[in-house]
Design a protein around this ligand. Structure first.
Ligand code: NAD
Length: 692
């Protein structure tokens, strides 16, 4: 294509002419974020197109890996700079010549708003389009909620705005969001398209279109809300997104954008979005390793070994197989090996049945798996993850064998939930290669990965585990060695107090309800029933020292047995159990615990405030690098509601003096299990916060 450069540019936006089409090109690596110079450049380019009579149509395209992928996150929280995005998009739409967006990579957020303002959209076949604002507790605020339903239809707009999940080019074409899918070179095709439409009038202004609103089923909003009730539970932003789209169906664009702005400002000023925006940065920060010596490089990982094909080993392996990294998996018996690998295949096939994978991808992934009973097959692995029983002697025995056969420099990781990684490391000749890689169950799905750094773990081993964690699409967080690391350690005070509360007069339903109303996916007793009440049980039915012992002794092991803290029907629906209630009351009597009414507030103070206190101890002891890492662990590992930011951010929002006050109120009842974190007391006294 022979193009004429119009003018020398220093900014991210340049223009060049191809025949009578003005190509407006953005070059703002890495993702063509819509920073101030980009926005200004777009406005200037439209002015240039208007001023030049020889220009008959405009193409807006991006260089590099993607179309505009959203706002410039470095401008977050700063005073907005002119020209605002709403002005930019209106300028584009009001251009008197047809404007065509040429989309490749991801058109997200503000990027999609730009595309929507164009009169036409052509997209590369691998492009993705989306409005992820809801994930930051916001909504598309430059007219997006008003334009999108007019272009893509109300249902699709609801889906995109309220879930924030992007759609592919094909889906975008099918709903009318994209006018043409391009295979091959995008810009020449977009220019060709612009030439085809250069004389079409009137211009298809998205804000004025009504064709997609005709014969709208008014129930669509209620139905959508109902269908997604579980997913949106507790969140404000999805509902405001739905409301904004509904406005688009009732009011002309000019009035709609005023409503949209109002809803946007409500979200922007609210606590949920503040928490979600905080969390966005928390997640990115978690990836940074404090004090890593300069020049540290990760070790290459070409092949992974996994020991144990049980609940965790299988799931862990799947992460690597899905990323195309070969895995050798070891078991003690052929039967256990077959059972483990069979389950992996069934999990993959279930994903394929849901359309998430193609049958070919399933075969590819399974093709990377080498199941064997021969320990020596681990000799060429660069990383070996042990996922055998949670028992120090068994772990040490496995590591002792690894010490003999693993190649020099291989990283030796344990998936232990609680055990002392330093002790495991000290038992072999290469402690610098040992660390913890603590996956969460189900390991092929849960995003969190605690990378446990021992006292003697080499910096490059730590960096390798963190880098690899990202590669297999986990959210890795560095943790130090202690009982339960970050997440499980904080679970302990919660569990202790929750159980004591039962004896003092609360019911499992009440404790769980408080947690669910708070936004957790389930409460402590629902979680115990799901994970197995028998985990960690001593297996002696005659030795009954706790409520748990009593439940295990009568086979109430949780959901898997149809009974635990709750009774379950055949569909695993829980109901309160009179048997359990009797056990609790008998225990209370035996231990001389006086029963009384327990308020919801006390449950919050004793189970959630205590977690904050434990989090503060974790910080004090440098088990976590930073408070925000603790929040990442809880959101990704345990389903803490992201709209509350995580336990440490939440504590800051509640106010540390109030947390301390609540804990002091409960201190007597919680002794001797509870002791204050010095850091929490200090911060509360000084008026400081953990996360801000
Ligand atoms: P599991 O009992 O389901 O699986 C353990 C497997 O290891 C069994 O299949 C067993 O046959 C095999 N095994 C034992 N010794 C072996 C050996 N010497 N060589 C080869 N294979 C051997 O247990 P799991 O739930 O998968 O837990 C494994 C580890 O992961 C434990 O340390 C546990 O604490 C940790 N973990 C578990 C969870 C969870 O929710 N289940 C979560 C995080 C971490």
């Amino acid at each position: 294509m022979e193009d004429v450069m119009d003018k020398a540019t220093t900014g991210p936006i340049s223009t060049r002419k191809h025949g009578d089409v003005l190509i407006v090109l953005s070059n703002n690596p890495p993702v063509n974020a819509l920073s101030t110079p980009v926005r200004q450049g777009l406005v200037d380019a439209i002015a240039e197109a208007e001023a030049d009579e020889s220009v008959k149509a405009v193409v807006i395209a991006c260089e590099g890996q993607t179309f505009f992928a959203g706002a410039d996150i470095t401008e977050f929280g700063k005073p907005p700079m002119q020209p605002w995005l709403p002005v930019v998009v209106d300028t584009i739409e009001n251009c008197s010549k047809p404007v065509v967006a040429a989309i490749h990579g991801t058109a997200l957020g503000g990027g999609l708003e730009v595309a929507l303002a164009c009169h036409y959209r052509v997209a590369d076949k691998s492009a993705k389009l989306g409005t992820p604002e809801v994930k930051l507790g916001l909504l598309p605020g430059a007219g997006g909620t008003q334009r999108l339903p007019r272009v893509a239809g109300v249902k699709k707009a609801l889906q995109m705005c309220a879930t924030g999940n992007p759609i592919g080019a094909k889906e975008a074409f099918d709903c009318g969001l994209v006018d043409r899918i391009v295979e091959g070179e995008l810009i020449p095709h977009a220019v060709g398209f612009a030439e085809e439409v250069r004389d079409v009038r009137p211009l298809a202004k998205s804000s004025e279109r009504q064709d997609r609103m005709a014969d709208l089923d008014r129930n669509v909003f209620d139905e959508f809300r109902k269908e997604n009730a579980k997913r949106f539970r507790g969140f404000e932003a999805p509902l405001k997104n739905i409301e904004a789209v509904r406005v688009a169906t009732q009011k002309p664009y000019g009035e709609g954008v005023i409503e949209e702005r109002k809803l946007f400002m409500e979200l922007m000023g609210g606590e949920q979005s503040a928490a979600q925006r905080y969390f966005f940065f928390a997640e990115r920060k978690a990836n940074k390793i404090e004090g890593l010596p300069e020049g540290t490089e990760p070790r290459p990982i070409r092949k992974v070994g996994v020991i144990g094909a049980g609940t965790m080993g299988g799931g862990i392996s799947m992460n690597f197989l899905s990323a195309g990294i070969p895995v050798t998996i070891i078991e003690m018996s052929q039967e256990a090996l077959d059972r483990g690998t069979g389950l992996m295949r069934r999990n993959y096939e279930a994903s394929a049945a849901k359309g998430k994978l193609t049958p070919e991808q399933v075969e590819n992934a399974m093709g990377y798996l080498q199941p064997t009973l021969d320990f020596a097959a681990l000799a060429d692995c660069d990383l070996i993850i042990e996922a055998v029983y949670e028992n120090m002697d068994v772990k040490k025995e496995v590591f002792g064998r690894l010490d003999k056969i693993a190649k020099p420099g291989a990283i030796l990781a344990s998936n232990t939930s609680y055990l002392n990684v330093n002790e495991i490391a000290a038992s072999i000749s290469r402690p610098e290669d040992v660390l913890g890689m603590h996956f969460f169950s189900p390991a092929n799905i849960m995003k969190l990965l605690e990378v446990v750094c021992g006292d003697r773990t080499a910096p490059d081993a730590l960096l390798t585990a963190m880098t690899l964690g990202k590669k297999i699409r986990k959210v890795p967080v560095v943790a130090g060695v202690c009982h339960g690391f970050i997440g499980n350690r904080m679970l302990m005070p919660r569990q202790i107090e929750a159980t004591k509360l039962l004896l003092e007069g609360a019911t499992p339903e009440q404790v769980d309800r408080v947690h669910v109303e708070f936004g957790m996916p389930m409460g402590p007793f629902q979680m115990a029933d799901l994970a197995g009440v028998d985990i960690g049980w001593h297996r002696d039915p005659k030795r009954i020292e706790t409520i748990r012992d009593a439940l295990c002794a009568i086979d109430r092991w949780g959901q898997k047995k149809g009974a635990g803290f709750y009774d379950y029907d055949e569909k695993r629906r829980p109901t309160p159990s009179p048997v359990v209630q009797q056990i609790i009351e008998d225990f209370a009597k035996k231990q001389g615990v006086e029963r009384r009414d327990i308020s919801d507030e006390e449950i919050v103070e004793r189970t959630l405030y205590t977690m904050v206190n434990e989090g503060a101890k974790i910080l004090e002891e440098h088990v976590a690098q930073r408070a925000s890492d603790i929040d990442v662990v809880w959101v990704y590992g345990y389903g803490w509601p992201v709209y509350r930011g995580g336990p440490m951010f939440w504590a800051d929002s509640v106010g540390l003096p109030k947390i301390v006050e609540g804990l002091k109120r409960q201190e007597e009842r919680m002794k001797p299990d509870f002791s204050f974190s010095r850091l929490l007391l200090d911060k509360a006294e000084k008026g400081e916060k953990f996360t801000r």
